[in-house]
Write a protein that binds this ligand. Structure first.
Ligand code: PYC
Length: 313
């Protein structure tokens, strides 16, 4: 007999999955989004694991808990989470959320404000499966940071914010799907070295995403990337917040102008189209990508199930 049930809709954006959670809002109370996120983190973190981790999910999934926004100007609020914890923003997840809300008939074509823990973003439903997300402002925080990565050597890269914190560096390794184990080990070693060296984002924030860049396979694209996420799963998509961080670095280096298109190819050869506009000197990135709904389901939490709260995470 299941004691708890959660309605979910699964989708993938450029290959990276998103699990939208549509019920259970009452568990988080009636506070602001920040208060509800604190409650989820502090009192119901087992639900994050139960919803996403094995045996119901996998390390690859990103959760998007769909909630009432603090202000009626927003179509929805969302808390993103993964196998390791919580994300400030999630680009592929917001594209997946937009397509899911359209699938459910909750939004129509056009622009919608979505409240996230790091600020309000705009999701423009271009068609049933295509969304442009105007993200929070992105910026480069540190340029040319050099770290000595064990068994790899010296690596120089930038630290930038795109809704999450990233270390961005050119890769000496080829960015091929067949090499994701090696790329994951390498990116993880970089992340650990950043921590060991005390390299952080603003206000001591942990840099929990590492983004490697290389030559695109398709010459219509400007770049190819591989992104390692906080729980050691790699992003199957070109990563919306990672692409936003990259756009901020390009603008800072004078290599991208407002309105120009940056086609970011990911490890599965899928592409996000990025652009920026400037607002009072701040870089506001937009990311366009496609998502597809893959399942509508109800998660069951049976009190007799020893793994009802998930494995790991
Ligand atoms: O698309 O921003 C993103 C993202 C972050 C982690 C996984 N995907």
């Amino acid at each position: 007999m299941a004691s708890q049930r959660f309605a979910i809709v699964d989708s993938h954006t450029a290959g990276e999955p998103t699990r939208c959670v549509l019920s259970g809002a009452e568990l988080l109370g009636a506070g602001t989004l920040a208060e509800r996120m604190a409650k989820l983190r502090g009192e119901h973190d087992d639900l994050r694991r139960a919803i996403l981790c094995e045996p119901r999910g996998s390390d690859v999934l990103v959760g998007a808990w769909v909630l009432e926004p603090d202000s009626a100007e927003c179509a929805a609020a969302v808390i993103f989470f993964n196998n390791a914890g919580y994300l400030g923003m999630c680009g592929h997840g917001t594209i997946g959320l937009g397509v899911t809300l359209a699938h459910l008939g909750r939004i129509g074509p056009g622009e919608h404000s979505i409240q996230t823990p790091v600020g309000v973003v705009r999701a423009k439903l271009e068609s049933a499966n295509r969304v442009t997300v105007e993200n929070v402002a992105a910026y480069r925080y540190k340029k040319d940071v050099t770290i000595d990565v064990p068994e790899y050597g010296m690596v120089t890269g930038d630290v930038a914010w795109g809704g999450n914190w990233f270390f961005l560096t050119e890769s000496k390794e080829t960015l091929e799907l067949s090499r994701v184990d090696r790329l994951s080990d390498l990116a993880w070693a970089m992340r650990q070295q950043l921590t060991a060296d005390g390299v952080t984002g603003r206000d001591g924030a942990e840099i929990d995403h590492v983004e490697l860049f290389g030559e695109p396979r398709d010459r219509r694209n400007q770049s190819r990337n591989f992104v390692l996420c906080p729980g050691k799963a790699y992003d199957r998509s070109p990563c919306g917040t990672g692409t936003s961080a990259k756009l901020a670095c390009l603008v800072a280096d004078g290599e991208l102008k407002p309105g120009e298109v940056w086609r970011q190819e990911g490890i599965l050869d899928t592409v996000f189209e990025g652009r920026v506009r400037l607002e009072e000197g701040r870089v506001i990135p937009s990311i366009t990508g496609s998502a597809y709904v893959t399942a509508e389901a109800t998660l069951l939490f049976d009190t007799a199930d020893p793994f009802r709260r998930g494995i790991g995470g």
